[in-house]
Design a binder for this molecule. Structure first.
Ligand code: SF4
Ligand code: SF4
Ligand code: FES
Length: 480
């Protein structure tokens, strides 16, 4: 284990480490733009320069191997001068349109300008004009004027998603990021992980088209959550309007909707990445909601619906339950405690792979498009749903049930969050909360449990599944 010195302090390093990694591990911050912990080293931005004691020049620390006795200085006059010159060079042709840039507020270039430059431009030359809105895909727009050519996005598509969708075209101040295949090609369209390049772009050059000009990031709050899109259960941050910045004069739904989704770094599950399905969570969770309990299609109060369900359960001799694989660990436990012995239970897949969706790959995406199928199967078995001829009640929890295959004429108690024709056909229907309205845990296919927190208050009229089970079970116990 070589010992190195950073700013005079001794640190034990591992042979394969670089100076930047040792500094990171020991709380010494060295700026970086092109370096990313999950990508190969490009060494092109030059902001990470340090000085070796006794030398009169600077070198980049992201590509500097450690060696016994190495003595590095991270904050000398020479280092500061080089960082300042680098920042002036990087912003030479930058449009400085931070006022309309989605990255403003979380832009490394902004932060570094304040920290390492702090002066107005000294250039008297006109800026080189580049393409302002280049559509890389239906999801991502590229602003070449803001791009600092760090190549993080290019390396991501080569090394992580392996779509090889991007490259650098031309040289010098005419260099631009362009799609592989030439002008107009859209290879990113086939990259199921493409939106990660928006996160890792250190500036506002790669823009999410679904987020573009919709919000300023300082009005948003990130709530920890879990992507329910497949059995990987990637940890995510769901960004939504801060309560203290709630909009009062616009549609109030704006204050209770998902603005964007980003990965929450989790080395054990998804690292710093997610697939695009997580980014589209709003489309899944913000479908038209069911807001009222019903009996035979007629809206009733919750108590009336509970009474009707209780009566059905009370008289059933051979009830069957189709358990949701989107339910949280807590909800599954609550159902097991309340009705595990009363119903014959089968776990159903609430969601199947969509037609245009990657079913499974070697990076993150899993074929099981449900977040908690393994936990549900551990509690209720993995047999496929079957209905004995004497089945006299079916409880369907969540989506994905094939109603045409339920036994004919048998009453159905249905619990669901979204508007669906089946809601009105059920004997009793309960409108449930969605995961952004409650907290809970999912356990993924690796057996790793992750928590999700509530982002919003439950929509009016909806009820948590746990409350339904507890209320039903309570009265069952009293009446039996
Ligand atoms: S678009 Fe962003 S990530 Fe890609 S090279 Fe330019 S600055 Fe780097
Ligand atoms: S891999 Fe699965 S859990 Fe992860 S973001 Fe994609 S759909 Fe969600
Ligand atoms: S971070 Fe080292 S050269 Fe860019």
């Amino acid at each position: 284990m070589p010992q190195i010195f950073i700013d005079g302090q001794p640190f034990e390093a591992r042979t394969e480490q670089t100076v930047m990694q040792v500094a990171d591990e020991n709380g010494i911050y060295i700026p970086r733009l092109c370096w990313h912990p999950q990508l190969s080293i490009a060494g092109n931005c030059r902001i990470c320069v340090v000085q070796i004691e006794g030398r009169s020049w600077v070198e980049i620390s992201c590509n500097m191997p450690v060696s016994e006795g190495l003595r590095v200085l991270t904050d000398t006059e020479l280092v500061r001068a080089h960082r300042k010159a680098t920042m002036q060079f990087l912003t030479l042709n930058h449009p400085v349109d931070c006022g309309i840039c989605d990255k403003a507020g979380e832009c490394t270039l902004q932060d570094y300008h304040v920290a390492y430059n702090g002066e107005a431009s000294i250039s008297h030359e006109p800026k080189v004009v580049a393409t302002k809105f280049y559509e890389l895909s239906s999801r991502i727009t590229l602003d070449n004027e803001r791009c600092i050519l760090c190549t993080r996005c290019v390396r991501f598509t080569r090394e992580v998603s392996q779509s090889h969708a991007l490259g650098v075209l031309d040289r010098g101040d005419h260099s631009v990021i362009r799609p592989a295949g030439g002008e107009g090609a859209r290879p990113l369209e086939q990259d199921a992980y493409s939106d990660n390049i928006i996160d890792i772009c250190p500036v506002g050059a790669l823009l999410s088209r679904q987020f573009l000009y919709k919000e300023r990031v300082w009005y948003l709050k990130a709530t920890p959550s879990v992507c329910p899109g497949c059995a990987r259960g990637c940890t995510i941050d769901i960004w939504h309007r801060r309560p203290e910045w709630a909009l009062k004069s616009l549609d109030p739904r704006h204050n209770a909707s998902i603005s964007r989704v980003t990965p929450r770094d989790n080395p054990a599950v998804n690292g710093p990445w997610v697939c695009n399905k997580a980014r589209d969570l709003a489309q899944l969770l913000e479908r038209p909601r069911a807001h009222a309990p019903m009996t035979r299609g007629r809206e009733v109060g919750l108590d009336a619906a509970l009474a009707a369900a209780r009566a059905l359960i009370g008289k059933a001799r051979h009830p069957v339950a189709l358990v949701s694989s989107w339910a949280s660990n807590e909800e599954l436990q609550a159902f097991k405690a309340a009705f595990g012995a009363r119903f014959t239970c089968f776990v159903k897949a609430d969601h199947q792979p969509a037609e245009d969706e990657v079913v499974q790959d070697g990076l993150l995406i899993r074929a099981d498009k449900n977040p908690n199928g393994d936990t549900a199967r551990a509690l209720f078995g993995d047999a496929a749903p079957t209905f004995a001829p004497d089945t006299d009640l079916v409880l369907v929890w969540g989506e994905g049930a094939d109603f045409a295959r339920l036994p004919r004429g048998v009453p159905v108690i249905l619990l669901g969050a979204f508007l669906a024709p089946e809601n009105g056909h059920a004997e009793v229907f309960f409108p449930l909360s969605v995961m952004t309205e409650r907290r809970g845990h999912y356990t993924n296919f690796q057996g790793i449990t992750s928590a999700f927190e509530a982002c919003f208050a439950p929509a009016p009229g909806v009820v948590h599944a746990v409350q339904v089970f507890e209320k039903l079970a309570l009265r069952e116990a009293v009446t039996s």
